[in-house]
Design a protein around this ligand. Structure first.
Ligand SMILES: [Zn+2]
Length: 363
């Protein structure tokens, strides 16, 4: 039976051991090193990318200008490119992102997919045959509530993810949010990204989680923590627009933080890069522990209704990666400094990739 050996990630830290797996499942976990493993190093669950816009991969030029000019609906650069794109171009661009996710150790992600029902279907098409799993949050094609359109969207999507209360007429957005919640689906939106928004209005929409909250106040973060509303943060995309998220401040307020890579045109969807960057940006505001950063890379997994396990237990899906790491030292710190070429082995259910002469290859 195939096995990997070394240091196994747990929420309490890394422990020495060996994971035996077969046909897409963990068969046995022992707490000792065993001989002749397929790979040896740091053994971690695959990452959950909590916030993406994979469709933005359609933008190939350098995005110049303000947040509004680049990603603001409905006339920002990304929306112009999305509207011009042929469906096969869009599907191809998204597939490139999904491949990058897999080869950088991500097995699931939550995407805010623009473009109404057609946009959601394009992502479903891109996902066919892919190893990565998606929590697809669609959005109406325009900034208007249309009951029939939302019903059609919720047929194909896990929920709805919109831009922000600043872009919408609040009455229309309330109707949209209420519809999604009545249907028992996920509702989420960006909040306080470029300027502080009224958190009471945001929370009245009963979001399952928020995105960014970069320029929110400490009191807002505390309110989200009390209301148990998690926040997906995307440090690289925020710094792209000159804003440094205060990750230590957010954690001190008790926020449940999830890590995401955001717009595919600014930041590639590698969680390894986002993890390293989050740690470094954290130091600008007082510092965060490597362990806290790693937790964020798995926090979003709960959004997938428990289907994305982050523990190594018998019978669970064998969804993990093995990172090359020097023996000794702080394993969490080694993990957050790892890069894509340090992935020695990748298992996503029944699919397996192994590094061979420098290249990671599917077996
Ligand atoms: Zn976003």
């Amino acid at each position: 039976m195939p096995k990997v050996s070394g240091w196994i990630y747990t929420l309490e830290g890394f422990v020495e051991g060996t994971v035996h797996f077969e046909e897409g499942h963990v068969e046995e976990v022992s707490h000792r090193r065993e001989k002749n493993p397929l790979a040896e190093g740091l053994i971690l669950p695959c990452f959950f990318n909590a916030h993406t816009h994979v469709g933005d991969a359609i933008v190939l030029e350098e995005p110049l200008g303000s947040l509004e000019e680049i990603v603001g609906p409905p006339h920002g650069l990304k929306f112009r490119r999305l509207n011009e794109a042929r469906e096969e171009e869009l599907v191809g661009a998204m597939r490139r992102m999904l491949d990058r996710m897999v080869l950088s150790g991500t097995s699931a992600f939550c995407d805010f997919r623009e473009g109404g029902v057609g946009g959601a279907n394009a992502l479903l098409q891109a996902l066919q045959g892919s190893s990565v799993d998606a929590l697809l949050l669609g959005r109406p094609a325009s900034l208007r509530y249309d009951r029939e359109e939302v019903e059609a969207l919720l047929e194909v999507a896990a929920g709805i993810g919109v831009s922000s209360i600043s872009d919408w007429d609040y009455g229309e957005l309330t109707k949209l949010a209420q519809h999604v919640k009545r249907a028992g689906k996920v509702f989420s939106l960006h909040a306080s990204e470029a300027h502080q928004e009224d958190l009471d209005l945001v929370l009245d929409l009963k979001p399952d989680f928020l995105v960014h909250m970069t320029v929110a106040s400490q009191a807002d973060w505390q309110t989200c923590a009390q209301e148990e509303v998690p926040v997906a943060i995307c440090p690289r995309s925020q710094v792209f627009f000159g804003r440094v998220p205060d990750i230590p401040g957010m954690l001190a307020a008790g926020l449940n933080l999830l890590l995401g890579t955001d717009n595919a045109m600014f930041a590639n969807p590698s969680m390894l890069r986002e993890i390293e960057f989050a740690y470094q940006v954290g130091r600008l505001k007082g510092g965060i522990s490597p362990d806290a950063v790693l937790r964020m890379a798995y926090g979003g997994a709960k959004l997938l209704c428990g289907s994305h396990s982050i523990t190594f237990q018998e019978g669970e899906s064998s969804t993990f990666l093995v990172l090359k790491a020097p023996m000794g030292g702080d394993q969490c710190y080694q993990a957050i400094r790892a890069m894509e070429t340090d992935i020695l082995l990748l298992s996503i259910g029944p699919r397996l990739w192994l590094r061979d002469r420098g290249w990671i290859k599917r077996t």
